[in-house]
Design a protein around this ligand. Sequence first.
Ligand code: ATP
Ligand code: FE
Length: 329
Amino acid sequence: MLILGIDTSCDDTGVGLVRIDGGVPVVVANTVWTQMVHAKFGGVMPELASREHVERIDEVTVAALSEAGVKMSDIDAVAATHGPGLVGALLVGLLYGKGLAQGLGKPFYAVHHLEGHIYAAASEAELAPPYLALVVSGGHTHLFDIERVGEYKLVGATRDDAAGEAFDKVARLLDLGFPGGPAISRAAESGDAAAVPFTRPLAGQGGFDFSFSGLKTAALLAVRGGRYRTEDIAASFQRAVVDALVTTTRRAARTLGRDTVVVSGGVAANAALREAFGATDLRVFFPGRGLNTDNGAMIALAGAAAVLAGREVEGLSAGAAAYLPLASS
Ligand code: ATP
Ligand code: FE
């Protein structure tokens, strides 16, 4: 079975293909067009993002099909993100996907963007619930408990900035450029993670929430103080974020009786985070190369997870939604 997935939730036009082979989903194509038009504005311009998606979606789809060596008529199902994200941007991929599915006479699945991030770790992996999923991206730091595919219980979340957002803001403070995550990670390689004594926000509390805005302020003070090297601030900041994420997730796993954790979203590309999770007693799954930040293959993987779990949800009636919770609490 071949599933095509589309993500146009923000400024990346992503189309991917996943083949379900002997009960295991395998990514066979993952084509992403990253919009450059926003760079000069210092942030994503929603209207420009929609227009770029309209211009690119067809050629990105054709490129994904050719990457996998398949034809349009080989597709058995189509999945597309319907939220959360920029509504105009989401509409492009959602309507393109619905049109494709209807034209081919195949089923269509509307996928939540965070479900895509979670199942990004499911390619070529025997990943079955129950498990915890920590989504650490540009807009989210959410910890879900997943007992069954399609059922998400939110057990913790950031009270202020998302982890990726904190990386981006601190990188700007340190003049390291955008996106901040990879820039901080590079600078941290030659820094001392013990140089700046950042506190670990909420680490000693009973719940499973996160907080990164205090850390951002502490980084600002460290920069202004002029006592520390940029590399040392980067390394110490990264260590504090990683500690908070790993400590709280481990505590949640122990409390909830889970031994498996999926860590996904853009920040899951971070080498220090991967190493720290790898050193725990948890079974940890990460997305493979190219599957951490926004892409279409992760949406196809979410579609595949629904198919494999026998939860084929027809999505033709789903609209695009800027705000769309995956779970209440
Ligand atoms: P959301 O999914 O919440 O809507 P998004 O789609 O914009 O947000 P992603 O594309 O998943 O977010 O991730 C982008 C974020 O990941 C950015 O904040 C970026 O700095 C961060 N990031 C990317 N690579 C790394 C890395 N190696 N280390 C830390 N952070 C990283
Ligand atoms: Fe994302």
